[in-house]
Design a binder for this molecule. Sequence first.
Ligand SMILES: *Cc1c(COP(=O)(O)O)cnc(C)c1O
Length: 360
Amino acid sequence: MSRVYNFSAGPAVLPEEVLREAAQEMLDYNGTGMSVMEMSHRSKAFEEIIQTAEADLRDLLKIPDNYKVLFLQGGASQQFAMIPMNLMKNKVADYIVTGQWAKKAYQEACKYGKVNKIASSEDKTFSYIPDCSDLPISEDADYVYICENNTIYGTKFKTLPNTKGKTLVADVSSCFLSEPADVSKYGIMYGGVQKNIGPAGVVIVIIREDLITEDVLPGTPTMLQYKVHADADSLYNTPPAYGIYICGKVFQWLKKQGGLEKMKEYNEKKAAILYDYLDQSKLFKGTVEKKDRSLMNVPFITGDKELDDKFVKEAKAAGLENLKGHRTVGGMRASIYNAMPIEGVEKLVEFMEKFEEENL
Ligand SMILES: *Cc1c(COP(=O)(O)O)cnc(C)c1O
């Protein structure tokens, strides 16, 4: 068996330790004589799995008591509709558009009310985060929406926008648990787990209790009401049980690493290796404004499409996989989530140095 360094943006690398444990428990979970895939979601064993997962997540993020944690399906993209359907009491929302995912969320919300694009960085192909200290927040806005880490472009909000008292809703898919966060600043913090936490199929929604109401837009399907899932502790219907189990293992792994302060340190150290190299390279160039650089997704280019393709191909042959940039932007992108070991980034930079020497 040989594992590669997987720089995929998502589904992405998971801690090897977690995969090994899951493999070991595949046929017989904890003396139950069955796999977690085969057990009832109403069983004692699964109840313990989901409750422990929630408790560990609460611990890691220090989630206040007046927030619910929901394990849902439909991916982050389903939330693009679920958020307006549940939160648009005045049918008004303000969106900050800093990339494709925020734009998709904005477009979806437009189906349900008056949606204002109050800031955007599309003028420079989303290569920066706009100044959000004094935006024209709508007086009757039900919420202000951001995508906190822009997976495709490699930018991140280093400070949250000034929402002037309005509820902040944030898609944190690609920076979930990469560093500590103050949950009390958000009305909703949500993300698909396949970037930084677990396997595809689970989306985690952390939502302040006062936002969970029966007062939703007319026609909102039962399955798209936060209250239905909150009242049933994420067991209204069959949840993505195996995915939740793996997420739970990743939470325990994160606690073993020392929690989110430690992950932040580790992630900063990892990202610095790559950014420092990019800043002095004569061949490769980072594509976003330095102050807005993401710790998780690092896009870079040579400026020559053929050379980019050659790099991706040769990197793959050297065991460094999935470095091709998003199909809408080209170039390269290294996603260096929590589970990417520092050795992976060191290997990548070594390879880039060698490639630079050979191709400059
Ligand atoms: C990947 C991603 C999405 C889409 O997630 P799905 O689970 O595929 O719907 C949304 N937002 C961000 C920030 C992402 O990285």
